[in-house]
Design a protein around this ligand. Structure first.
Ligand SMILES: Cc1cc2nc3c(=O)[nH]c(=O)nc-3n(C[C@H](O)[C@H](O)[C@H](O)COP(=O)(O)OP(=O)(O)OC[C@H]3O[C@@H](n4cnc5c(N)ncnc54)[C@H](O)[C@@H]3O)c2cc1C
Length: 419
């Protein structure tokens, strides 16, 4: 492997997993990510796009189901192994790694719901899917509800009449769903199923929410086009609309008693995962900068031999190690206890996405003018890293929400006592 792992206790199995994921990232993900990045958003998700080659290949290797419990077709990865795989895949491409991550999201929630009938019908086929055509997505944000959805500490949130853009009401044995999810739902343009957070009870404000599992081929479901954006162009986004979509009652995985809790847990898992992927992105930028600094000669010697460059590269190296250590620790904590501690996930996400952005920016600086060109990966990584300080919760907003949790809930129980 190209770098030394500070954890001296990696098992043979951990190292094999790392090697396999790294090879896939280097040989399959890097070239496809570069190609997809330079296509229009619509072309990138169309049949025949290299995105689908990636999906097929990744599903064949079982990367899509790594989040699932082993008895349902998952790989039974330890938290450390899950981190190792995420870091390597994101080293290949943050956007493609995240596509795989959200693809499994609704199926994981369904698996944890314990509803055997739905598990057999949806989770098992997803785990066994080898052609990349069963894809999940997560519908949290809405056209009028961005940061609002992560603001249960603010007064407006609980006011009767404050409502989300996607609503559902019970009609006999079915829920009827109407409304819109934002243009930012990752993987929506290619998704077949969604985990949808929706308004059930207006008298509770946004707290009156539930969580549904919805197949996207039901009558009344439609989608917006794939969104054109600056970074993470290899992770597509788009709206999901519902007009009188009828779902069986059993598809409402949580009602208003559990809806907010499930949302918090989803946010916590999502942010923790963003931190693991950011480690891969921070490392990709560092690896590339280090290699270039050894090749590029200025002032009569490779630029790495100039003191200013040594300082910059050591700072980049430090950020990679800090990202990895912190995100591994948080993943281990929140995968080991239930419920997880969102404030740790928010801390890991905000710090790691910022460090990845700093590394991506420094990598451009190390490459000089060439770093701005498409000849190198650095400009793509900078655009990708910039998007991540907004995705899954704007960083400053997550810090505010995390601070609110500290104010309300500390001291917390230790993980070992909470198990
Ligand atoms: C790449 C990417 C992927 C995404 N994937 C998904 C996905 O899979 N599913 C999904 O549901 N969503 C997804 N999102 C949406 C993402 O979670 C939202 O973009 C984010 O929560 C912010 O919402 P917004 O963009 O509407 O900004 P807004 O909420 O409109 O915020 C705009 C600005 O106002 C500030 N602001 C907002 N509220 C306050 C306040 N109370 N006090 C002070 N300042 C405030 C914010 O900090 C920000 O600077 C994704 C976004 C991106 C960029």
């Amino acid at each position: 492997m190209p770098y030394f792992d500070i954890n001296l206790d990696l098992s043979w199995e951990d190292q094999q997993l790392k090697e396999t994921a790294h090879q896939f990232a280097k040989e399959v993900m890097r070239p496809i990510a570069k190609e997809v990045d330079q296509m229009s958003a619509v072309e990138a998700v169309a049949p025949g796009s290299p995105l689908w080659d990636f999906m097929r290949h990744a599903y064949e290797m079982g990367f899509h189901s790594s989040v699932l419990p082993e008895e349902l077709g998952g790989q039974g990865l330890t938290p450390l192994q899950y981190h190792i795989v995420n870091e390597e895949l994101s080293w290949g491409s943050f956007g493609l790694a995240a596509t795989l991550g959200v693809a499994g999201w609704p199926f994981l929630t369904l698996a944890l719901s314990g509803n055997q009938e739905l598990i057999e019908k949806y989770v098992v086929p997803f785990a066994n899917c080898t052609d990349g055509t069963m894809v999940g997505c997560w519908g949290g944000t809405e056209p009028n509800r961005g940061c609002d959805i992560i603001s249960p500490d603010l007064e407006f949130y609980h006011k009767p009449g404050t409502r989300g853009d996607m609503t559902a009401y019970l009609d006999g044995d079915e829920y009827v769903v109407n409304g819109a999810k934002s243009a930012w739902v990752s993987a929506a343009p290619i998704a077949t199923h969604i985990q949808m957070h929706l308004q059930l009870d207006d008298s509770m404000g946004l707290g009156g929410q539930g969580v549904a599992f919805i197949p996207l081929d039901l009558p009344g479901v439609s989608k917006g086009g794939a969104l054109e954006k600056m970074g993470l162009r290899d992770l597509c986004q788009g709206e999901v609309f519902c007009t009188d979509v009828r779902i069986p009652k059993s598809h409402m995985l949580a009602g208003t008693d559990q809806g907010m809790h499930l949302f918090d847990q989803a946010l916590s898992k999502g942010n923790m995962t963003m931190a693991t992927w950011s480690t891969g992105l921070a490392r990709a930028a560092y690896d590339e900068a280090l290699a270039y600094s050894k090749e590029r000669v200025q002032g009569g010697k490779p630029i790495i031999e100039h003191d200013a460059m040594k300082i910059r590269l050591h700072q980049m190296f430090s950020r990679v190690e800090a990202c990895r250590s912190f995100s591994r620790a948080v993943l281990n904590l929140n995968a080991s206890i239930y419920p997880g501690h969102p404030e740790y996930s928010f801390a890991a996400k905000t710090l790691c996405t910022q460090m990845a952005l700093d590394n991506a920016s420094d990598a451009i600086q190390v490459h000089g003018g060439y770093g701005l060109t498409r000849e190198y990966n650095t400009e793509k990584w900078f655009r990708d890293a910039r998007a991540n300080t907004i995705a899954d919760g704007v960083n400053e907003h997550l810090n505010r929400r995390g601070g609110d949790l500290l104010a309300k809930t500390y001291p917390r129980v230790r993980a070992t006592e909470a198990k």
